[in-house]
Design a protein around this ligand. Structure first.
Ligand code: OGA
Ligand code: MN
Length: 287
């Protein structure tokens, strides 16, 4: 039996979990309840968590093994499992990554084995803006017109991290040969089954996708934009306004997310992310 109670945040996506203290080991039954909530609701919010990086990492490890980010320059010193997302500059240097996440994506989708989920902890946030917007890709898939579902059947999308980075992040240091070697182009099914509940989801992103296999780049970008326009409609979306101490676990297998704009010059936003390893996306028809 789990001690957690869940309250839905919108019709299709998001649940708030109450009854958890992430500064201490979480019971197995509660971890199982969180895993089911992620499969069904994609986003789980846990408020009021005053946790250290060590406690954040220990909790995240209860969900799976953790990834180190390819951009190791944005990891917390001494804690390579924590990826810092922040606009703050200290000693003339950005303490974290910011910029790549203002478009919808799921984390590490460009890897052979993309992340299963991320655990995001808010340390500082702004009064205005700086929300994170989430989209349910299972609800979006279910609502797609039948002819679009048919078009997508059996299709794969080519995710190309280096191709994207080189056009989008001209302001960031060039990737080293070693970094590039870690992220070759990779094809994933555009509709994937969730390993926990079997529900199909779109597995797409506003970034990194170069084309659909067997479709040229220009046509691919046109269709991709069309599908994403539909998928990011308000009925599939939850926008979270952050408060310090909020933790959100998001499921990268059935959702996308992006950061919303805020005054990056005049205010501070500091978030810590751990990224839980996942398995290769697959599609299986459920009987
Ligand atoms: C991320 C991300 C969004 C945000 O850390 O993976 O996309 O709101 N963050 O900062
Ligand atoms: Mn992200």
């Amino acid at each position: 039996m789990t001690a957690i109670t869940f309250t839905d945040l919108t019709a299709h996506i998001g649940a708030e979990a109450q009854g958890l203290d992430l500064s201490r080991p979480v019971a197995d039954a509660d971890i199982a309840a969180l895993e089911h909530a992620l499969a069904d609701r994609a986003v789980v919010l846990i408020r009021g968590q005053d946790i250290s990086p060590e406690q954040h990492i220990a909790f995240s490890r209860q969900l799976g093994s953790l990834e180190d980010h390819v951009l190791s320059n944005f990891c917390l010193p001494g804690h390579k499992e924590i990826f810092v997302v922040s606009n703050i500059i200290e000693n003339g240097k950005h303490i974290g990554a910011f910029g790549g996440s203002k478009q919808y994506h799921s984390d590490l989708a460009y890897l052979d084995e993309p992340s299963m989920g991320s655990v995001f902890h808010c340390l500082e946030c702004t009064e205005e803006g700086g929300e994170t917007s989430f989209v349910s890709m299972s609800a979006a898939y279910a609502a797609l017109p039948e002819d679009r579902k048919l078009w997508l059947q059996g299709k794969r999308a080519v995710f190309d991290y280096v191709w994207y980075y080189e056009q989008a992040h001209r302001d960031r240091p060039a990737l080293t040969a070693e970094q590039k070697a870690k992220v070759p182009p990779i094809a994933h099914p555009v509709v994937r089954s969730h390993p926990v509940n079997g529900r199909p989801s779109l597995f797409l992103s506003e970034v990194w996708i170069r084309r659909f296999e067997g479709v040229d780049d220009a046509e691919s970008q046109k269709v991709l934009a069309e599908i994403l326009e539909f998928a990011t409609g308000p009925e599939f979306t939850y926008v979270h306004k952050w408060a310090p101490g909020d933790v959100i676990i998001w499921d990268n297998r059935n959702s996308m997310h992006k950061a919303c704009p805020f005054d990056e010059k005049g205010s501070r936003r500091r978030m810590h992310r751990t990224t839980v390893a996942g398995t290769r996306p697959f599609f299986e028809v459920v009987a």
